[in-house]
Design a binder for this molecule. Structure first.
Ligand SMILES: Nc1ncnc2c1ncn2[C@@H]1O[C@H](COP(=O)(O)OP(=O)(O)OP(=O)(O)O)[C@@H](O)[C@H]1O
Ligand SMILES: [Mg+2]
Length: 310
């Protein structure tokens, strides 16, 4: 889901291509023109390099990137997008956020929007849609399509995506290796939790000095994040500007407490998100809950949101 930056801005369609990404999944949408805004990549540069190496060979046409939620797949892809965008090796790179429960029909529409041909299927019979897309994409030379956040596999022929050497190539991300395999990816890259770099990401996100005693507590807090970037940035974001030592200590205790959550959930990011949510004031909590009612990755109209809140 993303919040419409400014519905009255004439430049909206254009600036929609730029993805501020300080918050998870914020403003996610398709783009063809600009570089994507992305946080400075910490610890996962190797994945961009690996993907790049595959793209520089001409044999690997479909690449899968998989890993648990919040581990950094989308962030890494944004960096890949920018690298491809800035390279003469590709003529085009297109970004498509697929998301959960996306039908073939929706996926075709998303791709057409990313290609800047939203009317591609105008008056087309349902059965003709794959052919229309196929014929449009077949003309593309040295083109990369990034399909971010896939939850199920699609037959490329059903969608209308031709992949071939010197033509369209695919990189997709998903939480499940199985989806990569079913998509017949020739190379699959797993994105794993951070190890030593977790601390650097925390400090980068926090953006302020830590006293020696607070640093010790902060290190334990980072430990509790289990190397998951989403957990680290959420935690650092919620502790930003906090100068009371007892609050840092209480935060650590809170994270360590098994509480009502299942032991298995303790391993996950949920307690961290709960803690972050609890630190919001009531109005922001309500805002968060209303946003959660929108379908995943959908655009949220700023005015509508304000009306719902008032
Ligand atoms: N390597 C990284 N360097 C800096 N920040 C990162 C990194 N990886 C992730 N993040 C931060 O963590 C957040 C969550 O990461 P991201 O959205 O890329 O996860 P994801 O794997 O795509 O999750 P999902 O499966 O839910 O789509 C990002 O918004 C970003 O701020
Ligand atoms: Mg993602």
């Amino acid at each position: 889901m993303g919040i419409d930056p400014d519905p009255n801005n004439e430049d909206n369609g254009d600036s929609a291509s730029v993805l501020p990404s300080s918050a998870p999944n914020s403003f996610a949408r398709e783009t063809t023109q600009h570089e994507m805004l992305a946080p400075k990549l910490v610890g996962q540069e190797r994945i961009v390099d690996e993907l790049w190496d595959y793209l520089m060979t001409n044999d690997i046409l479909r690449i899968g990137v998989y890993g648990m939620g919040g581990v950094g797949k989308t962030t890494t892809m944004k960096h890949l997008y920018n690298k491809v965008h800035g390279s003469a090796a590709f003529e085009n790179v297109f970004w498509v956020t697929v998301s959960k429960d996306c039908s073939i029909h929706e996926l075709q529409n998303k791709i057409a929007r990313a290609l800047m041909v939203p009317d591609l299927f105008k008056n087309a019979d349902e059965g003709m849609r794959p052919t229309k897309l196929f014929r449009h994409l077949r003309r593309k030379k040295k083109c990369l399509i990034i399909l971010d956040d896939m939850w199920q596999h699609f037959e490329l022929a059903d969608v209308g995506i031709p992949v071939k050497r010197d033509g369209v190539r695919l990189v997709l991300t998903t939480r499940y290796l199985d989806v990569c395999k079913k998509m017949l990816c020739q190379a699959n890259i797993g994105v794993r939790a951070l190890s030593d770099e977790a601390w650097a990401l925390f400090v980068q996100t926090l953006g302020s000095y830590l006293t020696p005693s607070r640093k010790l507590v902060a290190e334990d807090i980072v430990e509790e994040c289990k190397g998951l970037p989403l957990a680290i940035v959420v935690m650092a974001g919620s502790m930003r500007g906090e100068v009371e030592d007892h609050v840092w200590e209480a935060t650590l205790e809170n994270l360590k407490r098994p509480g009502v959550l299942e032991q298995s959930m303790k391993e996950s990011v949920l307690p961290i998100l709960v803690h972050s949510y609890n630190r919001l004031d009531k109005k922001k909590q309500l805002c968060f809950l209303i946003c959660a009612l929108y379908p995943e990755d959908s655009l949220i109209d700023r005015v509508e949101l304000i009306e719902l809140l008032s």
